[in-house]
Design a protein around this ligand. Structure first.
Ligand code: GRF
Length: 195
């Protein structure tokens, strides 16, 4: 299976995914693309020998359709079987999502359905949650919705800030996403629940 990964920033999840696709793994990375030409993950991908592409979303303003039409060019050229959103921070239109429905995954830093959207860790702390975590789900037109393919839980610890909790969750993202991708690429959609 050919995997394209979309990033917006440092790409630590992308690195974990790329490093997992070795040996008899059913998938291989064929493209890392970003909406930010300065995304640190682009250099990391290039250093690992993965083709990269960047389409700056800013010149397109609020015209999501025009931005996505441009972003689609390198993606379609790479002929991916699976699209992984990994720290990708742009909302995709239903039209874009429908092109990849059933073969597009996303990782979200909360135990969905709790806390879709942004600032998930601060919201969990504000709610006094004793547990937090991350979710890998199939992408559907509704933001941070879609069938759950995996979750990993972490304890909230006394004195946690959004930053300390985010760091604890991010470590689990790097375990969960590769595990889900390996299973998904083998055609198995049985959810994975880590600790
Ligand atoms: C992190 O907040 C992570 O929780 C979320 O996207 C952000 C950046 O991740 N999935 P990455 O390091 O770019 O993969």
């Amino acid at each position: 299976k050919r995997v394209a990964i979309l990033i917006s920033g440092g790409g630590s999840n992308m690195v974990a995914l790329v490093k997992s696709m070795v040996g008899d793994h059913p998938a291989r990375p064929v493209l890392v693309a970003s909406n930010d030409p300065e995304a640190g993950g682009l250099q990391k991908a290039a250093a690992m020998g993965i083709p990269t592409a960047a389409v700056d979303h800013r010149p397109f303003g609020s015209d999501r359709v025009a931005f996505e039409a441009e972003l689609l060019k390198p993606i379609l050229a790479a002929k991916p079987d699976i699209l992984c959103l990994a720290g990708f921070m742009r909302v995709l239109t239903p039209a874009f999502v429908q092109k990849f429905e059933g073969r597009m995954l996303n990782i979200h830093p909360s135990l969905l359905p709790k806390y879709p959207g942004l600032h998930t860790h601060q919201r969990a702390l504000d709610a006094g949650d004793t547990e937090a975590g991350c979710t890998v789900h199939e992408v559907t037109p509704v933001l941070d919705d879609g069938p759950i393919l995996g979750q990993a839980r972490v304890p909230v610890q006394p004195g946690d800030t959004a930053e300390t909790l985010a760091a604890r969750v991010l470590k689990q993202e790097h375990r969960l996403y590769p595990a889900v991708l390996a299973r998904f690429a083998a055609g198995d959609r049985t959810p994975i629940l880590l600790n």
